[in-house]
Design a protein around this ligand. Sequence first.
Ligand code: PRX
Length: 644
Amino acid sequence: MEKSIEALLKEGRTFKPSASFRKDAWVRDEKPYRDAAKNRLKYWESWAKQLHWTQKWSKVLDWRPPFAKWFVGGKLNASFNCVDRHVEGGRRNKAALIWEGEPGDERTLTYADLQRAVCRFANGLKALGVQKGDRVTLYMPMIPELAVAMLACARIGAIHSVVFGGFSAEALRERINDSQSKIVVTADGSYRRGQIVPLKKNTDEALVGVSSVEKVVVFRRTGQAVDMGGPRDVWWDDVVKDQPCVCEPEPMDSEDMLYLLYTSGSTGKPKGVKHTTGGTLVGCFATTKWIFDLKDEDVYWCTADIGWVTGHSYIVYGPLANGATVLMYEGAPDWPDKDRFWTLIEKYRVSIFYTAPTAIRAFMKWGEAWPRKHDLSSLRLLGSVGEPINPEAWTWYRQVIGGGRCPVVDTWWQTETGHIMISPLPGVTTLKPGSATRPFPGIEAEVVDEQGKPAQSGYLVIKSPWPGMLRGIYGDDERYEQVYWSKYPGWYLTGDGCKRDKNGYFWLLGRVDDVLKVSGHRLSTMEIESALVDHKAVAEAAVIGKHHEIKENAVVAFVSLRHGYAGDDRLSKELREHVVKKIGSLARPDDVIFTVELPKTRSGKIMRRLLRDIAEGRTLGDTTTLADAAVVRSLKEKYEGQEA
Ligand code: PRX
């Protein structure tokens, strides 16, 4: 096996769609690319027409850079399109969500079940005083009620802000405060590797000093004792108890906000990315259907957590807008054993599987024996998202998980883009391991140099608006313009580096800014630095990502201390836990390096490039602009000493 993978890489092999896959694929030829290039707006409009609108738009796009409006004047409801449309259209008793909890409990909700659950919770939210435009924070486990709560918000025009359950109380507080949420929906706890994450307790801590929140709705998941004594606390069951199963969907303007999702940028403060109703739904609907070649018979599984954008677009809105059967799993891939995912695929006959390179690399490390124990023959398509996938992992995924017969779609996109932007279409595109291949029809991507000229290697930009694009940063239009639109006015700056090959294929190279990907999670170096300097012992901190075999990046923190503190193991541990408290365990530094001073330029800028060189053991690059070269030399010696 090892040998054959090496051979494949050396050959630089390409994979054409098989005749059998192509035969039944939604897209079999280049026509959509041609149609979209000829008339992009007409092309997107044809997608919009496939959804249910209560009022048609008068104009497809209104573009006043950097502000776009799509399907202007149109009215629709996302929850109606994801649920009722299918109940009325013949999928009433089709499974919408098949769910398995980490302890092994199972539930299936048909589209009719989902409709009842959504309507009852929507009515419950209304009874709690939630109105159109209000923000509702969801801090929940991966259980059907999370999808139900999102769709219930969408049904009544409330804006959901999902906060990943792995974030700490303080990170949750920051997001609640920024969005000024009226309601928090949570659970007593969630299961993770057999342990309970105390979501309600975290919520209580988060709400200290928060005034906007009127009610905390608690779903009983784990059943452990929780404090429900607060004046705002209500059980989910009591909220829905007497509510009717019917709730008229609110007709929403295409440009009304559907959700807010916080993500990390290159400053210490997370950004509330705004997404609107019409554009999100159209973009997610289209990309899910064509990229995953989604059919009615499929069992579709995206392993992301709904706390991230992938779960929003490709567990909830995209697949449900298509009337799909979606598998949802609550827990960890290695619980109780390292074949949990393969057990699930075999058991539910999953046909489409979408996961992240970091997971694939972990599966590789765990060994082929785990997947080999299971019948994975139901799979017909594999997807990857979140980071660049190395050709070795891609090839392993295709061979070992996909049995050599499934196309692998490497999909590039971001929280900001709302839906996939660069990806193969599996019935058409010749695949190259490690490349996201080409832009989706209707997406105009380009790689440019500093001056904005097309280049073989440079910055990835998007040159024209697309339906699911972010509409701004909540409460901060200035930051929106500055971060994404100021380098090349009129073009969207992705923050990713990219190469094109001789066939024009896109090869993503990772971030070029201070955003880090750690196990597929997006973190800002500045956010971790702020968490560190919040500790009384810390004078200054610089955080960088160091290449990691599985996680893509390991977090390395260089820290200088205030007078009177000693950089010992105890403090190192304390600082790492301080970051966990401020952000969550996902941001815990792998290494903390104490230093008397950080290497800076003469103008006082921290030279991260040098820190990266030190952490990755490279010969140091250009140090001529450095204020004090001795700092770097001593750091390098120290780091090497520590590594040894
Ligand atoms: O660097 C790119 C990387 O993930 C970033 C976006 O992260 P986030 O907003 O958390 O969304 C992740 C899920 C869509 C991008 O700027 N990224 C995402 N997908 C890929 C990728 N890098 C390379 N290849 C991909 N397929």
